[in-house]
Design a protein around this ligand. Sequence first.
Ligand code: THG
Length: 811
Amino acid sequence: MRKMKTTESALLRELETGRLYLDGAMGSLMQSRAEEAGLDGIGTVPEILGITHPELIRGIHRDYVDAGADIVLACTFGANRYKLEGHTPYTQEEIVTAALENVRASGARYAALDIGPIGSLVGELGDVSEDEAYSIFSELAKAGEKAGADLVVIETMTDIAEARIALMAANENTSLPVMVSMTFEENGRTLTGTPPEVCGIILESLGADIVGTNCSTGPVQMLENAKKLIGAVSVPVAVQPNAGLPVLRDGETAYDVDAGTFSDVMKDFAAEGAAILGGCCGSTPEYIRLTREKTGQLPYRSEEAQMVFPGMARSSRPSAAASAYRSVVPGSRILAVGESINPTADKKLKEALRSGDTAYAVQLALMQKAAGADILDINVGVPGIDEAEMMEKTIRAVTAVCDLPLQIDSTDPEVVSRALRIYPGRAILNSVNGDPASLETILPVVAKYGAMVIGLTLDENGIPETADQRIDIARKIIREAGRAGVPETDILIDCLVMTASTSQKAAGETLEAVRRVSEDLGRPTTLGVSNISFGLPQRSLVNRTFLAAAFQNGLDTPIISVLDEEIAGTVAAFRVLNGEDRGCAAYTRSHKDTPAQPAVMAPEGSLDSLAAAVADGLRDETIDITKKLLKTEDPMRLVEAGLMKGLDTVGDQFETGEAFLPNLLFSAEAVQGAFDLIKSEMPSEADTNKGTIMLAAVEGDVHDIGKNILKVIIENYGYEVIDLGKDVPVEAVAQAVVANDIRLLGLSALMTTTVRSMKKTIEAVRAVSPETKIMVGGAVLTEDFAQEIGADYYGKDAKSGVEIARRVFGA
Ligand code: THG
């Protein structure tokens, strides 16, 4: 489907010259007005009210329009198949149609189809597959277009991978403009770890017409995140903060920032260049009215807005590549591209890829990261294998444990297309060249997914000898890319390294071409440096000598063997000479003590290597080491000094922002795998029931690894366990405790946000069963904290859980 151009969308055209206003919170107003109307509440699918009580919904929309909202979101936030199924007698189409009719009836200038998250983590770690998610979003988007929406608003997204899928679904199945709005935690990242500027890069390049941030925090806490988002994109940015943070007032949830304060802070967003202003949870028409009143006359999208990346123009999308966790800007500083995931000269990798095994590639990824790589080149081309399939598998395996941006090394359009579609970041594609056959097949794929791309200065006649001819091809690639919809700023140029042993003059031509691409074309340059030394002894010496010369001519992103310490040393040293390494800090540090060792380099088969494998989230590795260690180690020690230690490490990294939710989940999966193995080896005293213990991961917490481990261990010590599962509602725990006459309850919470519901659960249990002892555990808890929230015991690990059980039951 062809997408509506800016000139065809009145809304996008308006945004070129002036600010627009969105509405504010819907749910809380629906709740209060439903109560006023004598209804019982708004139910689990509040979207149904649009059909059963259209006047109620229209009334709220109308109040927002009267307050100055230009764009009103239809009540379709949760109207996806996953959430509707089995909960409503109405079809999705009926709900969406009614919702958009209600917006129209309110007189809103623009009606938006609202798409919220599916409601379960998407992908291999969640309950909904990526294909299913795509289909769920597609059918909702299609229904919205059919019902006459002017815009699709994908909002409150906490996972960039899910946001990408929703964006592709909306772009590929409708011709409507699409806005994607992300939710950031107070730590400045989404729930799954993506910072604002990285979200901006990924979403704009994938074709979002508007990006934004909404929910989670009040306006003050949102300001920094919004600034980073605004400074990283060229498209308009929407901001919709909550009315502060939720507080309890007279037993009801209220928000702590009033309309006056809210609208004052909204002036700052306007000054920073936000193009669309609105509100989220807790805001009311009054918030929007004051916001419009105070910002309506302020200059629009001021040019002074600070760009996140130095030297980047506001008018073009960022020249940045990104993983889901971090971004890099080719040309802004030297970026070392690790070449090692390439089977050409690596027999072991060739065999691993042939047998469909990704563990070795993952090991190479982690080793290269530890050795200082900034980007990883991924090449899995082995004759006779399904390269597309293997590329996808390798990307998934590597991104699961390594946060470096990837460079997809393949010239097969099918491989490239699949890789770019599933990569949850913004990749660099390696490569297109001047041959029409390459330009015609590769550029459309690059344009579709918005990747950065390397242009190789060769064509259908091969590699030209002179620098002049290579510059001509570079110009041609840039021109053709522009025609295909790939802006010049997304292109890197490779002037091609020939083997010095066969042509010594060639090195000079390559260096000259690098200098001219850099100076005359202003494009970042890359080179496969190791090519220079094929067939020569002491390759490393030739490589690093050439590398130093190439740097001097303007080489930006060398593709090198970072595992070669001397090559890595040349990079580090040149960064000093280049003035990039401020105060020579990195260089000095790298020569002070031994560099950080990746997990896979700890002594093989040791408890440390087990802990490291867990910390890195390597499931197969963890199971393998566990299998070996079980022959010699006490299982309990293996659990504590291996598995738990690894979980602690990644838990600490999570707290300091070095690791993210997916890392925790992968580590947890690794431990779970090992645990299934260990179970059979544990000392079993399970003949008599010493007592019954109830376990639950508290409401809001979907992470139950700690609880599951505790369960296995205490069962092995002869206690019976009633496992309530994860995300267990406060009242459900209290009821179950009473129904089963429980003496010891164990609660787990993994995240700071769920500690709050742990406190509530404790209060609820105390109210109905004061005799029950409560132990708590989880990554973010401490002894002090446990006391503060009223627990009887703090279990720092599974073993202490057993000790607590002994104390409570006296056995
Ligand atoms: N330009 C671009 N991409 C490229 C190349 C290029 N990709 C592939 C290649 N050339 C760059 N990558 C490699 C990868 C491995 C080797 C050389 C180039 C190689 N490795 C040796 C080995 O494994 O035995 C030596 C490694 C070492 O020194 O430790 O030869 O030109 N855009």
